[in-house]
Structures are given as structure tokens and as C-alpha cells.
Design a protein around this ligand. Structure first.
Ligand code: MOS
Length: 749
């Protein structure tokens, strides 16, 4: 019998490696047509001529749709859609790579060839491409996309800075980055009468369904979205992008199933990106290492029509104790697609600024960077003025520092060498909100002892199937192999989208509670069944282990679940239940007394996850090459559901952080207004040879408040702070402070 937390292998591993797991592009449907998108080759202007005659003449072409002949569609509502540009409704062009036509054909080859023959002429407008050139137009958005105010302020940073012994005025920048999950976006759409079924590579089946219903103008009840397997997402599959509606619309028009898969270059223009950030940080501290004030002012670019805030100031609001903090977010409109959530949105980019600035201050004060952070440990959340539900940041510093050997760090830069390599140590804190949303689940046990658990959540490849099966098996007292877990379908009990590290906490709590209720029902059944050897025993004394009910107080009286179920009149026992934030658990809702509708609701606690990174770099001062040679990080995530999938997810984040530090950057050609390295050959990513031994330690933490299962999501936090830890190590090695990501050769030499 396995327990919650045991490092079991993925229950869907075999399906995946044998090819039996069907992804959204692999759904075998009769008479499927292949759709290929045509995208704009200018960044701003209007189509003057769109000629599809040659495309239509290609053998196998079924139809071509553009603004000229596409049926009327509603303008997408940003969130649940990723952007609000009308889809094939007008000749207006807002960014390079915007979808302007779709070709449907009997084969992918015919569709691809025909799409290349659609000829387009434009009248071109001057496109706004370079954020730095348009800073004068920066504006404060009315609301952050999360619904919170874009800015926050406590105390008086001007006064705080005036009183500080040391003040630093720093500017950090991060470039556009792209998600690039291994599985591209893919949608297979099929209509049966007025009922639409869409197999969609989405992190949120409900988002996808609502977006489709809104754009197509059909009842959401008529739309079923299925997402059984995903090859990653990282945020780009959180919202529904134009291709999803195009697949559904064209399937309705041609009355055949349609399959649409984005090409890798289209993955750079058709599903958002992490926007450029420009972070101005004013930080002041006393000689004794107390923070006096932090101003974190962030500009990020957004698209012509939508506001997307990369909330980089978020970690600064609460990570450290500081009485004077001012966060300001501004947006700059450019002719790009709408940016979107990218792993640890706001926190990944913002922690580069904050955690670099903390290091700069520690070095200036000549205080060890860990000690400096400890002196500014936040005993409670000052942003919300709430106690933490749990905060094991200090334990994370201690665990990772000890394992890493931080005590060997030399404070003097450039003082550690190995041959021609300069060696440097750097560290940073990590944090992310521990989100928890309403979710429901259904659990059924059948007469043969098999258990079916259903929840409309998603598995990005990170292990939802595994941790939910394991949780259910452990709570019920049966083998994991007895449990089948179903997810990724709007027909299943609803659960939130899998973004912002919500799945383990939310769907996990729903499964945890529901299966507990099923267990209690089975125990009750045994205690009240006159034919059961357990009849009459106090239910509190009955347990289920290895599929067998027994009594702790009364030895010898036991029977298997199968035996118990075989005597019942009904062939199965089923329980459905929901869980979610509510005032009775101390979670905020708009209805909680004292909360004002439209204002951020009050809670009893602040729910956050914390961690710490320590890394070693080697820098060749002549060639400018930087290698991360060791990295040890520690995280405290409340209850860990599976140590193996947890570590794997955290290590993935750490690796992405190393990529963010040293390689990743989507370059914009400011002449043409296009991403110029929109492919995986020119968009540099770390490969195995770039990644050293990395360790993700799991620090034990019990959080009785965060949610019923007591688990904080680990999806986002792995990347938070990594780029700063690397940059801080580069400074320690070389004395060079790189404030502009990525840290490339030209910035070192
Ligand atoms: Mo995560 S960026 O919310 O998928």
C-alpha cells in the first residue's frame, strides 16, 4: 500500500511511452480535415488584397476562410480567450503573425502547400515595436488582470529612503520569453448536430469551453472540451487562443472534423509570451542591515488591444519585512500579440529584480546575503497585514545552504579560482502565492473493488493522474492499481484551470475530501450491515487497509471491501463533493463578513509558498562563458503528494531559471516588427550538457490552514529567483553586476 507523498512512478507512464496516450492532435476521427493557418507578414496596417485562388486550386483543398468569407464570430473576450483581436473578421492587422486565413484540406501536406500560396498585399502603418522607444506612452492599467489594483503602497518610501544609510537606484530588464512546451497547441473539433466536442491541448477545459461558446455564440452546455494528455503548457495553454475557435468554426462550416496544430514558429505568435520588463528598483537600508524602503516600478509591454500586466512587483510586496514599499505597474502598447501567463507570471521576472537588488545591498553593506535576508525576514505578510498560514523560508535557507556548502563562500569578488575559471556563489529567495479554488470530485467503488475517481482537472504532464490516484488509494486504503482517475473533460465534476499552481491544492483537496467521504460511507455500511463481521462496532474503530476493513479495537473481525460490496443491493457506492475557499475554513469569499464586494476579500491568513536557491557558477573571464556548475534549492510546500513528481516539477523550474539567466530571449526585429528567432534552433534553451547536478530539497512543513489537503502547489516556484541566484553568483565570481537578462558572453567580457 502506498501513502500520500511516496515517490511512486507515474501511473500514466506506460501509456505515454507506448504511444497509447492520445494527445489532442492524435484523436482518430473519420474524415478529419487538416487546417493550416496563414499569418500576417506585417505588424501593423490593413490587408488590401487577399487572393486565395491559387490555394483553392490545389488538389485536396476543401475550403479557405478569411475575413472575406468567414462566418460572423463574436470578438473574443480576453480571459477566457488569450487575446481579444477579432478572429478572421476584418482586414486590420495589429501584430506580426496575426492569423489572417485558414486553409482546410484532405491532408496536412496539401493544406500546408496551399496556405503558402495565399497571396496578400497590405497597406502598412508604422508599428510600435521597441518598448524603450515608447516609454513616454506608458500608462497605469485600471486593474491588474488578476483583478487587483495595479499598484500598492504602504508607508512612505520617500521618507524611508531619506533615512536610509545606503540607497541604491537600480534598473533591471528582462526580455520576451516563450513557453515552448514540447507538445504544440493542437485542437481537434467535431460537431454532432448542434453539439460541439473539442479535443484541445488546454490547461483549462472550462476556459476553452466558455471561450468557444462566447465566440461562436452557442450555449456553453453544447460545448464539451476534452484534454486528457498534455505535453506541457507553462501558461501558454491557460487561455484559449484563436486557433481553437477557428478549428470549431471551420468544422461547423465544412461539416467534418477539423484538426489544427500550430507549427513551432506559430507557437511564438499565436499563444502569448512573457513580456519585456523594465524594473526600476530604489532600495534603502540601514548599516545594521534593516530594509528602510523599496520602490519597485515596473513597465511591461502589452498588445495594441489588450492589457496584460506582468506583475513583477508582486514578490516585493510581501517577501521581506519593510515598512515603506511602493509598487507601480505601467504598460506600454506595442504591435505584438497579447502577452500571457508564463511560468510564475510576475514572480519569475520580478524576483530577478528584487533578489538581485537584495544581493547588491547585502554586498554594499558587507553582510552575507543569507544573513541580510534573515535580518529582514517577514514575520507576517505586511502587504495584507495577515499572519502566514505557514512560512518555512528560514528552514529552506538553512537546508539548502548546508547541503550546498555556502559557508565556503568568499565575500571578495573574483577571489575563488580553478585554473582559468573564476568561481562564484550566489543565492536568492523564492516565493509564490499558494492558490486554492473551488473544485469537486466524484468517487465510486464497484463490486469488484475497483475505484473510479473523477475530477475535471488537467494533467500538464506534471503528474496529476499520479498524485490523485495515489491520494485516493491512500485515503481509501486500497492499492494504487485499483484506482482509475479521470480528468480533462468538461463533463466531469468541475475543477479550476491548471495554472498558478492550483491543481494539487484545489483538485487535490476535492479528491482528498471526496474519497474520505466514500471511506466513511463504506465503514458505515460495514458497521450497520448485520451480515458483516464488523456489525455493531464503533465506526471510529474501523479502518480500511489493503482493501480490507478491520477493527482496531476488536481483533479478528474483518472482511474485504469486495465481500462487503457483494452483499449490497446496489452494484456500486458513489460520493460526489465539492470543496473550496470559504469563511468557515478561514478562506476569503466576497460574502465573508467585513468584506466589501469588488474589494480584495479578507482572510485569516496569507497563503504563500517559499524556497531558496544556492548556485555555483564558473566564468571564463576571457571567453565570457558562464556555466552553472552546481545548484541546490529547498522548498517547503506543505504536504507533498508525491516526492518524485514534486522534485521533477521543481527541477524543471530550476532548469528553466538557468535558461532564463543565461540563454532565453525572443529577439524582436524592430524594423519588421517580428520575433526573429521564432524557432527552437535560434531560441536558445538549456540542454542536458548545460545543466549540472541540481538538487531540489523538500523541507517538511505542515500547514493546517492552506486548504483541506494541506498542500501548496509547486508548479511555479521552481523558477522564481533562479535568474537572480545565477546573476549574483556571476557577480561573486567576476565583480560584474549584470542587470539585463540573459547574461550572455558580450555582457561578461
Ligand atoms: Mo502557469 S504560468 O499559471 O501555467
Amino acid at each position: 500500500m502506498k501513502n500520500i507523498g511516496d515517490p511512486i512512478a507515474r501511473v500514466d507512464g506506460r501509456l505515454k511511452v507506448t504511444g497509447a496516450a492520445l494527445y489532442s492532435a492524435e484523436i482518430p476521427l473519420l474524415k478529419t480535415a487538416y487546417a493550416v493557418l496563414v499569418t500576417s507578414t506585417i505588424a501593423s496596417g490593413r490587408i488590401t488584397v487577399l487572393d486565395e485562388d491559387r490555394a483553392r486550386s490545389i488538389a485536396g483543398v476543401i475550403a479557405v476562410f478569411s475575413y472575406k468569407n468567414a462566418p460572423r464570430l463574436s470578438r473574443p473576450k480576453m480571459m477566457p480567450a488569450g487575446q481579444s483581436i477579432p478572429i478572421l473578421q476584418s482586414p486590420d492587422i495589429y501584430y506580426g503573425g496575426q492569423v489572417i486565413a485558414v486553409v482546410l484540406a484532405e491532408s496536412l501536406e496539401s493544406a500546408t502547400h496551399a496556405a503558402s500560396l495565399v497571396t496578400v498585399s497590405y497597406s502598412t502603418k508604422v508599428a510600435a515595436i521597441d518598448m524603450n522607444a515608447h516609454l513616454a506612452s506608458a500608462f497605469v492599467p485600471a486593474k491588474r488582470q488578476t483583478g487587483e489594483d495595479p499598484s500598492s503602497k504602504r508607508g512612505d518610501t520617500t521618507a524611508g529612503l531619506a533615512q536610509a544609510d545606503i540607497k541604491l537606484d537600480l534598473l533591471y530588464t528582462t526580455p520576451v520569453e516563450h513557453h515552448n512546451p514540447m507538445e504544440p497547441h493542437a485542437t481537434t473539433a467535431v460537431w454532432e448536430g448542434d453539439q460541439l466536442t473539442v479535443y484541445d491541448a488546454t490547461q483549462a477545459v472550462t476556459n476553452s469551453a466558455h471561450s468557444l461558446a462566447q465566440i461562436l455564440g452557442v450555449p456553453v452546455a453544447n460545448v464539451r472540451v476534452i484534454s486528457r494528455f498534455l505535453g506541457g503548457g507553462f501558461g501558454c495553454k491557460g487561455m484559449s487562443w484563436p486557433h481553437v475557435a477557428i478549428a470549431a468554426m471551420t468544422a461547423r462550416e465544412i461539416k467534418r472534423p477539423v484538426k489544427l496544430v500550430l507549427t513551432r514558429p506559430q507557437m511564438f505568435t499565436s499563444n502569448g509570451h512573457r513580456p519585456t520588463t523594465r524594473q526600476s528598483i530604489h532600495i534603502g537600508a540601514n548599516r545594521d542591515g534593516k530594509l528602510m524602503a523599496i520602490n519597485h516600478h515596473v513597465d511591461n509591454h502589452t498588445s495594441a488591444l489588450d492589457n496584460f500586466t506582468e506583475a513583477s512587483g508582486s514578490p516585493t510586496e510581501f517577501l521581506y519585512a519593510c515598512n515603506n514599499v511602493e509598487i507601480l505597474h505601467r504598460l506600454v502598447r506595442l504591435n505584438t500579440g497579447t502577452p500571457t501567463f508564463t511560468r510564475a507570471p510576475g514572480f519569475a521576472s520580478g524576483s530577478f529584480g528584487l533578489e538581485s537588488a537584495m544581493d547588491e545591498m547585502a554586498c554594499k553593506l558587507d553582510i552575507d546575503p543569507v544573513e541580510f535576508r534573515l535580518r529582514n525576514f517577514a514575520a507576517h505578510d505586511q502587504a495584507d497585514n495577515l499572519p502566514w498560514s505557514s512560512n518555512s523560508l528560514r528552514e529552506c535557507y538553512a537546508a539548502a545552504a548546508a547541503r550546498f556548502g555556502w559557508e565556503k563562500r568568499k565575500a571578495t569578488t573574483g577571489s575563488q579560482r580553478d585554473g582559468r575559471w573564476l568561481i562564484g556563489y550566489g543565492m536568492a529567495s523564492a516565493t509564490y502565492p499558494a492558490h486554492f479554488q473551488a473544485a469537486s470530485a466524484n468517487a465510486t467503488i464497484f463490486a469488484d473493488g475497483k475505484v473510479l475517481v473523477q475530477c475535471g482537472t488537467q494533467d500538464l504532464g506534471t503528474g496529476t493522474y499520479t498524485v490523485m490516484s495515489q491520494t485516493a488509494a491512500s485515503v481509501l486504503g486500497v492499492e494504487v492499481e485499483q484506482v482509475r482517475f479521470e480528468l480533462g473533460d468538461t463533463r466531469l465534476p468541475p475543477a479550476p484551470g491548471s495554472g498558478g499552481s492550483t491543481t494539487a491544492a484545489s483538485a487535490g483537496s476535492a479528491v482528498f475530501n471526496t474519497v474520505q467521504k466514500l471511506r466513511d460511507r463504506l465503514i458505515q455500511l460495514a458497521a450497520t450491515d448485520t451480515s458483516s463481521p464488523l456489525h455493531g462496532i464503533d465506526e471510529k474503530l474501523i479502518v480500511i487497509r489493503d482493501g480490507r476493513l478491520s477493527s482496531t479495537g476488536v481483533p479478528g473481525r474483518s472482511e474485504t471491501l469486495i465481500k462487503l460490496l457483494s452483499r449490497q443491493s446496489q452494484p456500486s457506492v458513489s460520493v460526489t463533493s465539492s470543496t473550496g475557499p470559504g469563511p468557515e475554513q478561514g478562506y476569503p469569499t466576497a460574502q465573508t463578513p467585513g468584506n466589501v464586494p469588488g474589494e480584495k476579500p479578507k482572510s485569516h491568513h496569507s497563503y504563500k509558498i517559499f524556497g531558496a536557491h544556492f548556485c555555483e557558477v564558473r566564468v571564463d573571464p576571457e571567453l565570457g562563458e558562464v556555466k552553472v556548475t552546481r545548484m541546490v534549492s529547498a522548498f517547503a510546500g506543505g504536504r507533498i503528494l508525491n516526492a518524485r513528481t514534486a522534485r521533477s516539477q521543481l527541477q524543471g523550474g530550476m532548469i528553466w531559471g538557468i535558461g532564463m539567466a543565461l540563454m532565453e530571449e525572443t529577439r524582436i526585429d524592430t524594423q519588421r516588427g517580428f520575433f526573429s528567432n521564432a524557432n527552437l534552433a535560434d531560441y536558445l534553451l538549456p540542454v542536458n550538457a548545460d545543466i549540472p547536478s541540481i538538487e531540489a530539497l523538500l523541507v517538511e512543513e505542515v500547514d493546517p490552514y492552506v486548504n483541506p489537503i494541506g498542500s501548496k502547489g509547486l508548479g511555479e516556484i521552481g523558477i522564481v529567483g533562479v535568474a537572480a541566484a545565477v546573476a549574483n553568483a556571476v557577480y561573486n565570481a567576476t565583480g560584474k553586476r549584470i542587470r539585463d537578462l540573459p547574461i550572455t558572453v558580450d555582457k561578461i567580457i
